[in-house]
Design a protein around this ligand. Structure first.
Ligand SMILES: [Zn+2]
Length: 388
């Protein structure tokens, strides 16, 4: 196995409190790091860096753990820029919403879907993402959802079945029939292809009772759980997520104090997706209420063609800081370690000894430039271990 030493790191963020300044971000200035093809082997002062088979010069740039984007909908066809344009103009326009993407995705060939996914993944990776979760949810038939999951599997192990995204048009007058399909034939086909099950539990989507049925059946088939909740309205979805020990409850725009109490006493991560509020000009979730109560917060892109066509985690961090009053360090932690916790992963999202060698070298002396220079190309290079 080849070893590599990265020298002249201006500021190294490890997210390992045992390293460096002993803050939760475990930060070291004027540092070096040694990795092999898979793992972090050594971290310390630049002056003490050992030799390795290969050497990289970070040129005084900052190094961060690779971003963990724990919430995306990357497998889709078509685009909906006209809906975005109308929303920004304040004009009422029914472009078709999710149903339009369902139609375009169903009509696309497997190769078209694969190529579109590959292109969006390349954008995420270029921006420093090294672990990505991908959901299905744009075909809403047994065969189609399985096809989306198979394509997602080509790119990541973090594959999520979201058959319960919306009720498809052919079940418009028979939602009970769709829930029955979800819990029987579709689940049977999709469970072997996914790690996670997710439900869009919100106003206009699935009720708490329907979500419970789908999630409990999914869990019985061996899937781990996550939930879209409280993006559009208050509901009992957060309580359901905590009760079922879901790894993550995502959106969390509308929360009662009782929801925050439940989250702070649980292992369920609150994943915030401010790209969605930006793209729909909606009220942002209150990150401060969550953080101040001790809830673990993750940030993710929610990349999808309708409500958040965003492939930059640095941009998401900038929104979190500018619009949700997170500190830059809180946003960096949420976009790396927070995302890892939302996927129940302890091998990524940090650069402790033994962690996966997934990291980004910045064209900037401090990680703060990710937020300070929004829209700039701050990530110079991203490295993924051979096992990511
Ligand atoms: Zn989503």
């Amino acid at each position: 196995m080849t070893t590599r030493v990265v020298r002249n790191i201006g500021e190294l963020t490890t997210n390992d409190p045992a390293i460096g300044d002993e803050s939760s971000l475990g930060r070291l200035l004027d540092a070096a790091m040694v990795v092999d093809d898979e793992r972090v082997l050594w971290i310390g002062p630049n002056a003490n860096a050992p030799d390795a088979d290969e050497a990289f010069d970070a040129k005084n740039g900052a190094v961060i753990p690779g971003f963990v984007d724990s919430h995306t909908h990357l497998v889709f066809a078509g685009e909906r820029s006209d809906e975005f344009e109308a929303r920004m103009a304040g004009v009422h326009y029914d472009g078709g919403g999710i149903g339009r993407t369902v139609g375009a995705t169903r009509a696309a060939s497997r190769d078209e879907l694969r190529q579109g996914t590959k292109k969006r993944i390349a954008e995420l990776f270029a921006g420093g993402v090294t672990t990505v979760e991908i959901k299905s949810g744009y075909e809403l038939t047994t065969e189609g959802e399985a096809r989306e999951l198979e394509i997602a599997q080509e790119f990541t192990d973090e594959v999520t079945w979201l058959g319960a995204h919306v009720v498809p048009p052919e079940f418009k007058n028979n939602r009970e029939g769709y829930v029955e399909l979800l819990c029987s034939t579709m689940l049977d086909s999709c469970a072997p292809l996914a790690k996670w099950a997710d439900v869009f539990c919100d106003r206009g989507a699935f009720s708490v009772e329907e979500a419970r049925e789908v999630l409990e059946r999914s869990r019985a088939e061996g899937l781990l759980l996550r939930l879209h909740a409280n993006q559009l309205a208050h509901s009992g979805a957060v309580a359901l997520a905590v009760e079922l020990d879901a790894a993550s409850v995502d959106h969390c725009t509308f929360l009662e104090d009782s929801d925050i109490d439940l989250l702070s006493a649980s292992a369920t991560v609150a994943t915030l997706l401010p790209g969605a509020e930006f793209s729909t000009r909606s009220e942002y979730p209150s990150a401060r209420r969550l953080l101040d109560a001790g809830v673990t917060v993750a940030l993710a892109t929610d990349c999808n063609p309708g409500s958040s066509y965003v492939t930059s985690m640095a941009f998401v961090m900038a929104l979190a800081v500018r619009e949700m009053f997170m500190s830059i360090d809180e946003a960096l932690f949420a976009a790396t370690k927070g995302g890892a916790l939302a996927l129940r992963r302890n091998d990524v999202g940090h650069l402790g000894i033994g962690a996966r060698a997934d990291f980004a070298i910045l064209d900037a002396p401090r990680a703060a430039h990710l937020v300070y220079r929004p829209g700039g190309n701050v990530v110079r290079d991203a490295y993924r271990s051979s096992k990511s």
